[in-house]
Structures are given as structure tokens and as C-alpha cells.
Design a binder for this molecule. Sequence first.
Ligand SMILES: [Zn+2]
Length: 207
Amino acid sequence: MRNEVLTFNTNCPECNAPASTNMKLVQIPHFKEVIIMATNCDDCGHRTNEVKSGGATEELGTKITLHLTDLSDMSRDLLKSETCSILIPELEFELGMAAVGGKFTTLEGLLKDIKDLIVSKNPFTCGDSSTSDRTEKLKLFGQKIDKIMAGDMDVHIVLDDPAGNSYLQNVYAPDPDPEMTTEKYTRTFEQNEDLGLNDMKTEGYQE
Ligand SMILES: [Zn+2]
């Protein structure tokens, strides 16, 4: 099915109108093949794209750290799997693995999603005076994300994926990227538990 788009009928997750989903197998350079499913709703304009890494878990987890040094970093391709956490240490920000689904986007697209999720869709942003302190904090957070997207803030973006299925484009490939480090690590028992892998390994441990 390479380069072939499969289309099937679904319903819009937002307004439930009939919509169509396009499914495509995409080869990400220097990484691997993933399945991207995109749904566009003609009725309400809702758009989603979801990445499926095929359920395969890599031998090791991956922790990718990028130091943002240039506005062009925003257009780097990024694959965030379903199991990837996102961290911005300078903002003391961490988004757990279940918060946003798998996505193939750019760094800018990911930051927009984060802002959307934390600021715009947050039920506390339009509260009364008792929540005004929180509203102020969220507003400030949104402004900081804007600054990062404008290239005006010196921060690091960390993609931590215990399943090893996430990717951030190295614009210097095949040479190493001076601003990016990729650590491979052995998962802890707890991380294997989160991924549901411990149950699958029982055979090897039987005496
Ligand atoms: Zn819709």
C-alpha cells in the first residue's frame, strides 16, 4: 500500500457529521514507516491526524533533547508517538504520554497543540475571580509558548518515549546535529508495565 491512500467513511469526532478518513503509509527518512490517518470534516472544519506506529515497541526507549537556537527549528518534522511525553524544562512543563495522541507534525505544530490543550481548552480559563490566579498563570504560559514559537526564548524541548517510536528531524542528517542529543535507554519495570510489556515476557522467566 506504499504511496497509496486508503479512504474510508467515518463520522467527525467533533460534530458527528459523515466525514472521510485518509490512511497512508509514510516512510520517515532515517527513521521508519508509520501509518498516518487524517480526518477532515467538511461540515465543521475539524481536522485530525493520528499516527499509528503499528504497535511495535523498540528494544530501547528514546529521549531526544533539542536546544532551540533558531526560528527554523520550528519547521523540523516531528513524530510524537502515543507513548511519548513532552518536556520543556525551562518552563517546568511536562505533558504525560496519554495527554495527546500520536501525531506527525512539526515542532511548531506540536507547540500549537500544547497551547491549545493547556490554555484554550482548559475549563479554568474562563472562570470567576476564585480562579483568576490560575487563569493568569495559564495566560502567562500561553505567552511563553508564543515566545518559543517566535524564536525569542532559549529553551530545550525533550521528547521522552519509552517505546522508542518518536522522532525529531535532524536537519544535518546524515551528520550529527550539534543541538540535538538522542539517548537510548533501558526501560524500567514500571515503564514496561505502562506499555503492557511485562505480561508478554513471562515465558522467559519461567523456571
Ligand atoms: Zn465536524
